[in-house]
Design a protein around this ligand. Structure first.
Ligand code: ADP
Ligand code: ZN
Length: 722
């Protein structure tokens, strides 16, 4: 009899043994359906044809596997990646594996799907629900379920519309092949410097071996053009490429550039895909037919057939760190994937993370540099505005110098960008009469007023309410005042200063889909926008030749929290947003508003001399034993029941191991003491680099038990300390 060890998709369980019934063929990696209690679960065979060892469950007590999916087995390198990720980030292997099995319909054989779209006919009986459905569906197409979700009606309403003739069934071949990008479609004319850089990356792809490389080039140096040459080489060699982007908003400009260079779009993987699109992409990725895939973090665990190149663009971005479910850093996991797949990994950035620079210093990563902007474009002139010496007018946030420069730009018909990393109108709203502040009922956080949508909202959990007119405490009328600026308030200030200027706000409230991003890019390029006011969403990737002035409204904002990466992050963010200025023939200038113009980070930004700043930051990290010289891991204990959370946190704290080279701090209430209705306590583990912290934590937590209502999450290499 043959037995198989199967990783079933239940995070509470490790691999389980099953019997492989006669006539069923499985191998390691086979995707199977396995019984678990009364349920049927997907699973992946980890070891096949196992023989029983003495101590194990007897053959006669094993249950049969039920079916094998009509999909290729998960290949060995990806299985190793799942094991590595699970070990390193202390996450259940099933939770990691689930990030691969993200389309159940992809596991069924070839098929046609029936989708529906509107015919334009109005049904005889037009109920309000039906009218709403037709209006929201518009000219989109999808499965019944998807249309119902889109329209916020029940499936029955959509089915009714189909029966009435208002929607028509369309059968789609869900697996039609993707067009193949042509490596020779429109190759660029590279500068000598770019050519040299591209040649190194190309030879890496040609060698077909693991090699992490930092592509370190100033903003506008042509990093994308250069790594596209490596993508072209992978295409010529019939190998797949994965390009990871930090933000879905960047996908749209990327798709267009890719199209210009290779003659068709790559396969985009993101959370907005319809079920049939998801299935089609997943199967094409697994068959190798999808040649180039671009996506956010979630594209990293897909089952590529023959990966030949991984690119992490804007590799320093902290959004590559996943903060819920499996806490992993996509940049680091991408490097491991490259190792297991034995292919090169390119980390592209104008402001590489200290962690990455350190790997270069140690000789573990290669480095390819592009020190100058491409073509005539020069780096912008950067200056600091001392907010104490040159303060804005009362109740305003833009200093006279910045306002003057904006006026110059408007006269010249050039575009300006104001950067403030704060959504909404004001970060805090309070009652002038009684001092009442609006706090989120679910989180330790103030509610942020959004005037565009006339709501106050919590940026941590999404809780929102209509903005009240009366103070809920003292019933004072129109007594609420906004404290501090958000993007909306800056946009108001610009409108008041320059009534004729066309202002656009770019935040996750206005740009929530690739289509919205495309619309914004189109309007910028057509010169329909004079001033952009935006959050970190506008700091990266975009290339607008007529954008020549960047104003940083509050450069001190990012330094407030004071965690170990605060200065580095401030540097990266402001350097990135500065990089949007003067990317074309017209020179750019940048004004950084700050209360501490002499701070080292501000000096580094103004002089452009990053080396001294990085050296000082690196030394400080070394002295503190902070990453990358030492290691941190956070343990977050949370529960809706505060007493239970505290008790478990204390239990964890008391059981802390006494290992040499490791210290445990806490438990202490988290800075975000309540989040989404859960009370939170944190412990911080600080260890020497060489110590196997994961092993220590595994043993430590493995020996403890806590009530089911308490969650204990481990965050290895944490980026957030909230
Ligand atoms: P980065 O990613 O380093 O900020 P990009 O790759 O976005 O730089 O390049 C900046 C701009 O310069 C883009 O519009 C790009 O198309 C253009 N560019 C860069 N190199 C070349 C080249 N060799 N030929 C033509 N255009 C180029
Ligand atoms: Zn909240």
């Amino acid at each position: 009899m043959s037995r198989a060890r199967v990783l079933v998709m239940n995070s509470a369980l490790g691999p389980l043994d099953y019997r492989v019934p006669a006539g069923m063929a499985v191998e390691p990696g086979s995707i199977v359906v396995a019984p678990l209690g009364p349920r049927q679960l997907l699973g992946v065979v980890w070891e096949a044809d196992r023989l029983r060892s003495q101590s194990e469950v007897g053959d006669n007590r094993l249950r049969n596997l039920l079916a094998v999916a009509d999909a290729l087995p998960i290949a060995a390198p990806l299985r190793r990646l799942v094991e590595w990720t699970s070990d390193y980030y202390l996450a259940p292997p099933a939770a990691v594996m689930r990030m691969t099995l993200t389309s159940t319909s992809a596991l069924e054989g070839a098929k046609l799907a029936v989708e529906y779209r509107a015919t334009g006919e109005v049904p005889d009986r037009l109920t309000p629900q039906r009218a709403q459905a037709l209006e929201r569906i518009g000219d989109r197409q999808g499965l019944i379920r998807e249309l119902a979700t889109m329209a916020d009606v029940s499936d029955a309403v959509v089915r009714g519309l189909a029966k009435s003739g208002a929607l028509v069934a369309v059968s789609v071949d869900v697996d039609s092949p993707y067009p193949s990008p042509d490596p020779d479609h429109a190759p660029p004319d590279l500068s000598a410097e770019q050519r040299a850089a591209a040649d190194r990356l190309v030879s890496g792809v040609a060698a077909g071996a693991f090699e992490p490389t930092l592509l370190d080039g100033v903003t506008g140096s042509g990093k994308t053009e250069v790594y596209f040459e490596a993508v072209a080489e992978a295409l010529r060699r019939d190998r797949q490429t994965l390009v990871l982007l930090p933000e879905i908003a960047l996908t749209e400009p990327f798709l267009r550039r890719f199209h210009d260079r290779f003659g068709c779009e790559p396969v985009a993987w993101h959370s907005g895909l319809r079920s049939t699109q998801r299935r089609r992409a997943w199967r094409a990725i697994q068959s190798g037919q999808a040649r180039v895939v671009v996506g956010a973090r979630s594209a990293l665990f897909l089952p590529y057939r023959n990966l030949g190149l991984l690119v992490v663009d804007e590799a320093h971005e902290t959004s590559f760190k996943q903060e819920d479910g499996v806490h992993y850093h996509a940049r680091d996991v991408a490097v491991m994937r490259g190792k297991f797949e034995n292919c090169p990994v390119i980390l592209a950035s104008a402001t590489p993370a200290i962690e990455t620079r350190q790997q270069v210093a140690l000789g573990r990563y290669a480095e390819v540099r592009l020190p100058a902007r491409y073509g005539e474009a020069q780096m912008p002139a950067i200056d600091a505005v001392d907010l104490i010496a040159e303060p804005p007018e009362r109740g305003r946030w833009l200093s006279p110098r910045l306002v003057k420069e904006m006026a110059v730009n408007l006269d010249r018909r050039e575009q300006s960008l104001l950067f403030l990393n704060r959504r909404g109108y004001a970060p805090l709203t309070l009652c002038r009469a009684c001092g009442h502040r609006f706090q989120c009922p679910n989180c330790t956080a103030w509610m942020v007023e959004h005037r565009l949508s006339r709501r106050i909202a919590c940026h941590h959990c999404g809780h929102a309410e209509p903005t009240p007119r009366l103070c809920p405490e003292c019933k004072g009328e129109d007594s609420l005042v906004a404290c501090g600026p958000g993007v909306e308030r800056i946009a108001d200030e610009v409108a008041a200063l320059f009534p004729a200027a066309r202002v656009a706000q770019v935040t996750s409230d206005t740009i929530w889909s690739p289509a919205k991003a495309a619309e914004f890019v189109g309007r910028m390029e057509a010169g329909e926008i004079d001033v952009v006011v935006g959050t970190q969403l506008v700091t990266k990737g975009y290339h607008f030749p007529d954008l020549t002035l960047v104003g940083v409204v509050d450069a001190d904002l990012g330094l407030e929290g004071g965690d170990l990466r605060a200065a580095e992050r401030t540097f990266q963010q402001i350097r990135q947003v500065s990089g949007r200025a003067g990317r074309g023939a017209k020179p750019g200038r940048v004004l950084i508003q700050t209360h501490s113009p002499t701070a080292q980070v501000m000096q580094a930004l103004v002089t452009g001399e990053a080396a001294a700043f990085y050296a000082a930051e690196t030394d400080a990290r070394r002295d503190a034993g902070a990453p990358p010289f030492g290691r941190y891991a956070a343990i977050i204990v949370s529960s809706e029941d505060q007493a239970a959370a505290l008790e478990t946190a204390r239990l964890v704290g008391r059981a802390a191991p006494q290992a040499d080279g490791m210290a445990v701090y806490g438990p202490a209430p988290a800075p975000l003491a309540m989040l989404r209705g859960r009370h939170r306590y944190r412990l911080l583990v600080h260890a020497r680099r060489a110590l196997d912290v994961q092993d220590e934590i595994r043993d430590w937590l493995g020996g403890l038990a806590w009530p089911a209502k308490v969650r204990v999450a481990v965050d290895v290499d944490p980026y957030s300390f909230l």
